[in-house]
Design a protein around this ligand. Structure first.
Ligand code: NDP
Length: 401
């Protein structure tokens, strides 16, 4: 039985805390720590009766000394970091100092420049190895399960994978004219950045949302998908031997794109601070403050998500195409843990990854992306925790895919 420190108290942390509490045989004691302690308290209250012990703590995770002090006091076996990407390095430093295992769901981001690169966290590989502790990076859905799907496809169905298309559809409707399904700042930074994909050992850059396709998703129907850069492309390009092409596609409605275009045109998505009434204000952070809180979308969102990977490659000398995906229902997720499917599909894999480390199945001193571990026990556990997978060995693909 283990002790887990959850950092953050947003939509994803809510799912992580609920799921840990539902598995008291693994997570005996839970501490939820975040900048705003009242949000940790609200999560604790919403969990209600559980055999697990739950405490809360106020924590500024940008301050490594505070994280070290809390780890020394609570003595967790693992830290699940579901705060924001800006806190990854300060929390990793605290885990090193206290020799505690670490897991997160998004790569470190320097606050001033959106980069979506693993280099800062990969620089900790030797230090974690020498300290005998494990860091699991990017263990949400994408990044996360998409990497596990890739390891699973390679292990069971391919001798060589030549291309991966990650397709992420959100068929949910929250009834607002415009809102983002997870942290608006991170979401908008991701979408307004240039697109990029990996081809023949090179990175090809596109204008933001320049490449568009239509894809007919199981249980959702046809949707426009746009090529984006996404952080798992970097680690998969390194970790899938012989890979020639990796692309990431996400659905956006015309309405979403129209709102985003206007916001961009008027400068509201910029992260360059502007002077306003004697204060420096970052327009994107201000926009986040006026948009609906993603955590509030839960009760309103209807519909499903469908996220998966399409692989092409060779098995026994023959060309093969294989598609593996998960479908998650927003309202079912909300009924179970009080968060919509975007938070659910991120939080459940994080808890599953933590279980893998705690059970010794993914315990490997160093810093790793999820595709570097055995996918089988993870996927079995993920299905038990609410996210089963579906396989299609002969998917119908749009032209050019
Ligand atoms: P939210 O914005 O809802 O929650 C973030 C939480 O982190 C808030 O409670 C916030 O506190 C807290 N926080 C921010 N700064 C600090 C700090 N310095 N110290 C302590 N706590 C802090 O985000 P989500 O729950 O939607 O997302 C959580 C993480 O999951 C993000 O990193 C996001 O990028 C990632 N993610 C990953 C996905 C995947 O599939 N891999 C998909 C979706 C999200 P406060 O309440 O005070 O603001």
């Amino acid at each position: 039985m283990s002790r887990v420190l959850i950092i953050g108290a947003g939509g994803v942390a809510n799912v992580v805390a609920h799921k840990c509490a539902m598995n008291p045989d693994v997570f005996e004691d839970i501490c939820i720590a975040s900048r705003t302690v009242s949000k940790c308290e609200a999560i604790r209250k919403s969990i209600g009766e559980t055999k697990a012990g739950i405490t809360t703590a106020q924590l500024d995770a940008d301050d490594t000394a505070q994280v070290i002090a809390l780890i020394r006091e609570f003595k967790p076996d693992i830290v699940i970091n579901v705060a924001l990407p800006y806190q990854d390095l300060s929390i990793m430093d605290a885990c090193l100092e206290t020799e505690t295992d670490y897991l997160d769901t998004a790569n470190y981001e320097p606050p001033e420049v959106p980069k979506f690169e693993y280099k800062w966290q990969w620089a900790y590989r030797e230090k974690f190895r020498d300290a005998g502790i494990t860091a699991v990076l990017g263990c949400g859905f994408d990044p996360g399960v998409t990497g596990v799907f890739s390891a699973y496809a390679l292990k069971h169905y391919f001798d060589e994978i030549h291309s991966i298309d990650i397709v992420d559809a959100n068929g949910g409707d929250h009834g607002y004219p415009f809102a983002t399904n997870f942290n608006p700042e991170i979401n908008i930074r991701e979408i307004t950045a240039k697109g990029r994909y990996f081809k023949d050992g090179k990175w090809i850059e596109t204008e933001p949302l320049e490449i568009k396709q239509t894809y007919d998703f199981d249980k959702i129907g046809p949707k426009n998908i746009y090529l984006l850069y996404h952080e798992e492309l970097e680690s998969l390009a390194d970790n899938i031997p012989g890979i020639k092409q990796i692309r990431f596609w996400m659905t956006f409605s015309d309405n979403y794109i129209n709102h985003l275009t206007v916001l961009q045109n008027v400068g509201m998505t910029s992260i360059e601070p502007v002077e306003f009434k004697g204060m420096k204000i970052e327009p994107l952070q201000f926009l986040k403050a006026v948009l609906p809180d993603p955590a509030s979308l839960g009760p309103r969102t209807k519909g499903k998500t469908n996220i998966g990977c399409i692989f092409k490659g060779i098995k026994d000398g023959k060309e093969k195409t294989y598609y593996i995906y998960n479908i998650c229902d927003h309202q079912e997720a909300y009924a179970e843990v009080g968060s919509q499917a975007i938070s659910y599909t991120t939080g459940v894999p994080a808890v599953t990854g933590a279980m893998m480390v705690l059970k010794g199945l993914w315990k490997k001193p160093g810093v790793y992306n999820v595709e570097e571990f055995d996918p089988d026990p993870f996927l079995d556990e993920l299905a038990k925790q609410g996210l089963p997978w579906i396989e299609d060995h002969d998917p119908v693909l749009p032209e050019g895919m």
